[in-house]
Design a protein around this ligand. Structure first.
Ligand SMILES: [Zn+2]
Length: 448
């Protein structure tokens, strides 16, 4: 399927005609407009001591490598957005691997370092994960978590249809079903992004007022902060100048909370996630209703506790009734093991997921032995399909982190940060020529 029919199918004829008009206003024959947009985003994030992460198809990179090298030298991260701007869903594993390796060859030739992959249209499938891993990627940024910040009831039916088409296209997961934390699948770190992105808001829902846009993104940031997760914003650089006010408002919002929000590139997030995976809160009995809790691993780790009396260590308050312990070890008074007691018959996938959350784990022979601790008994595992596994994991995390049982754990983010924010953008085209070349390139690749 070529881009025209693809776009019409997912956006509708009217939306596609509008898109054609905007292409001529947002891109130029030269790289100049895109360069200005990229610079605008880089400048906005630099004020927060960080930089954006951009994803670009290799074919576009090949035509604008000078510009992209300059962007990377400025501190921004560059990731791979396919060889051409096509959807991987429905391609065989061989075809996905071939196109991914071809993309890597262009990045290598143009001397652009990369760590991550994001699919055009977020069009990944189960096979893609194996391909990313075997091609040496450290992370992907494809899982789209949808925040219902726009009231769908109030929308005209054409807009509501357009929204539901894009949610389907992006395989959107409701935010109530996902805890907005990265996770690892067979060595690949997966970092969720949050939608609606700029494309959905501008072109599908026709919300173009910068103040309104900023308000919506700020409300997502609030939710992500409350959940202690990560907000990965996707702002296509073609709207980088147009949406600058909204981006500034979002970044300002991230500085307004009681606890710091980590503004970081995705490559730093994946590095941290690996470092954190090597870190545990080790719990040993100190006798007489006392336990010694010690961080083993990363010096950047944050130690959190709830429903415990901490002796001889300084603490500061943390949202949700938790405490942050300011030292790497402490002695706590608790009637029971301050971690998760797991029944013998609970499956390894559940244990892996719980360890990834940073909880100390103790296998117990019976529920009686777990008395007073959080007890998890799940012989059936997390679930049969991906949606079920996400739902179970999210629900378990809520029960454990909001419960009344004593709990020590490694916080999600480094150095006492409550949440994370990554500004990202897909550079689908640099020039008007790129936009039209996409139609030919995607057709050639579908036929290949
Ligand atoms: Zn794209």
């Amino acid at each position: 399927m070529n881009l025209v029919s693809y776009s019409i199918k997912t956006k509708g004829v009217l939306a596609f005609s509008r898109r054609l008009v905007t292409v001529f206003t947002r891109f130029g024959v030269s790289e100049e407009r895109t360069r200005r947009s990229l610079d605008s985003m880089i400048e906005a994030v630099r004020a927060y001591d960080s930089a954006p992460t951009f994803f670009i198809p290799a074919s576009v990179l090949g035509r604008s490598s000078g510009l992209i090298r300059r962007v990377q030298r400025s501190g921004a991260e560059i990731g791979v957005h396919g060889y051409v701007h096509n959807d991987y869903r429905g391609l065989s594993k061989d075809a996905q691997a071939r196109q991914t390796r071809d993309a890597i060859a262009v990045f290598d030739r143009e001397k652009i370092q990369f760590a991550g992959f994001r699919n055009p249209y977020l069009g990944w499938d189960e096979v893609s994960i194996e391909v990313f891993r075997s091609c040496g990627f450290s992370y992907d940024s494809n899982e789209a978590v949808f925040h219902d910040v726009v009231a769908v009831n109030g929308l005209a039916s054409a807009l509501a249809d357009s929204l539901s088409r894009s949610l389907k296209l992006f395989q959107a997961i409701p935010y109530t079903e996902y805890n907005l934390r990265p996770h690892t699948e067979d060595g690949l770190v997966r970092i969720p992004l949050s939608i609606p992105d700029d494309e959905m808001l501008f072109d599908r829902l026709q919300i173009t007022d910068t103040d309104r846009l900023g308000e919506l993104w700020r409300s997502i940031m609030r939710r992500v902060y409350d959940a202690g997760g990560i907000y990965v914003l996707n702002l296509h650089p073609e709207r980088g100048v147009l949406a600058r006010g909204a981006l500034d408002a979002l970044l300002r919002k991230a500085r307004e909370f009681a606890l710091p929000v980590w503004v970081a590139r995705l490559c730093e997030v994946q590095e941290w996630w690996r470092e954190r995976a090597e870190t545990t809160a080790q719990v040993t009995s100190a006798g007489d209703g006392h336990w010694r809790v010690e961080v083993i691993g990363s010096p950047r780790a944050t130690l959190l506790t709830r429903n415990l009396t901490i002796e001889g260590s300084e603490t500061t308050p943390w949202p949700g009734g938790d405490c942050r312990v300011m030292s790497r070890s402490c002695v706590v008074a608790a009637a029971a093991f301050p971690g998760v007691a797991l029944s013998e018959r609970t499956t390894p996938d559940v244990e892996r997921m719980l360890r990834e959350q940073g909880y100390p784990i103790l296998r117990v022979a019976s529920e009686a032995q777990a008395a007073g601790s959080v007890f998890v008994d799940r012989p059936e595992g997390l679930g049969g399909d991906r949606a079920e596994r996400q739902h179970t994991a999210s629900a378990l995390v809520k029960v454990i982190e909001q419960g009344a049982a004593p709990l020590a754990r490694i916080g999600i983010w480094p150095e006492g940060r409550r949440a994370a924010l990554s500004i990202t953008g897909d550079i689908d085209s640099v020039t008007i020529q790129d936009f039209f070349l996409r139609i030919l390139e995607v057709r050639r690749f579908s036929a290949a």
